[in-house]
Design a protein. Structure first.
Length: 59
């Protein structure tokens, strides 16, 4: 009594793994960009604007 080969299982699993990896990676990228990076850049820009204003007022 032979066991039937499992065909197509690896290919189906590959596409599932690939789509999950891409989805998770894109979601993590958006979370980093909008959750951390943009806020950090905004604080940095505010600091440099404040520094520039203090230089202008000192003159």
């Amino acid at each position: 009594m032979a066991i039937a080969p499992i065909t197509g299982k690896l290919r189906k699993r590959f596409w599932l793994d690939l789509s999950c990896a891409l989805g998770t990676g894109i979601a993590a990228g958006y979370a980093f960009w909008f959750g951390y990076h943009k806020k950090h850049v905004q604080k940095q820009e505010e600091y440099y604007l404040k520094l520039e204003r203090s230089k202008l007022l000192a003159n």
